[in-house]
Ligand binder design. Structure first.
Ligand code: GRF
Length: 225
């Protein structure tokens, strides 16, 4: 039996790296179709770098202030990933805008996770804004990156309830737990070609199990029968 071909992926981080950890853990599974070839951080003190090192993954620190322009920074990131043979990049808490050139170089090869149900709450402070808006369901989105911030074909989403006692922190923790399940799942399906880009939307293959049509998250819930 031939071993699974593991697609070399790159991960871009700026901080804590809990989504990176979810990807590291997924890649530790024998049948997972990816391996992390390189983690790039624009912040030297990012905790995610320790997670990568602990897993024996190569890291590069590229402090954005070392580059005269955003384009020069992005070119260095691309060169680092190309040197490592990376074919798909996952942004995981990478807190810098990237240039249209970078997005074009990695067209349909650049994934991001965003802590809201896009297209709602693009940008920062999504949990506080969700609470302020009074939404009753919130969540996270894995999408392909396009030039406009937090747009692009949606690969998958996870929804969580917003509860009466929620603070932005409590809601963030609930969403984050969902992020850790969603990101490796979407990456796997994408690499396996089971979710595919068709123009500016993503189609789910007919062999992928989808949520039963009678299942929905109603918040506040219906009374028990
Ligand atoms: C996550 O909430 C992610 O959705 C957003 O930034 C946060 C990164 O957290 N893009 P971590 O660094 O993965 O722990």
């Amino acid at each position: 039996m031939s071993p699974t071909r593991r697609l070399p992926i790159g991960v871009m981080i700026s901080g804590r790296g809990s989504n990176l950890q979810a990807l590291i853990d997924a890649c530790a599974e024998p049948a997972y179709p990816a391996r992390i070839a390189l983690v790039v951080s624009n912040v030297a003190a990012a905790r995610g770098l320790e997670r990568a090192r602990a897993a024996g993954i190569a890291t590069r620190i590229l402090p954005h202030r070392d580059f005269a322009t955003r384009a020069a920074f992005d070119a260095a990131v691309t060169a680092a990933f190309e040197d490592a043979g990376v074919e798909i990049i996952c942004m995981a808490g990478f807190m810098r805008l990237v240039t249209p050139e970078f997005v074009a170089r990695w067209h349909d090869r650049l994934l991001n996770i965003h802590p809201s149900l896009l297209p709602a709450f693009r940008g920062l402070d999504t949990h506080a804004r969700a609470l302020a808006a009074g939404v009753k369901v919130h969540g996270c989105t894995v999408h392909l990156v396009r030039s406009e911030l937090d747009t692009g074909p949606i690969l998958g989403q996870a929804a969580v309830p917003v509860l009466p006692a929620d603070t932005p922190e409590r809601l963030a923790a609930r969403v984050l737990a969902a992020e850790h399940r969603l990101y490796p799942h979407c990456l796997r399906l994408f690499i396996e070609g089971r979710i595919r880009v068709a123009g500016e939307v993503v189609e789910i293959d007919s062999d992928v199990e989808t949520v039963p049509t009678d299942r929905c998250l109603i918040n506040p819930p219906l009374p028990k029968p």
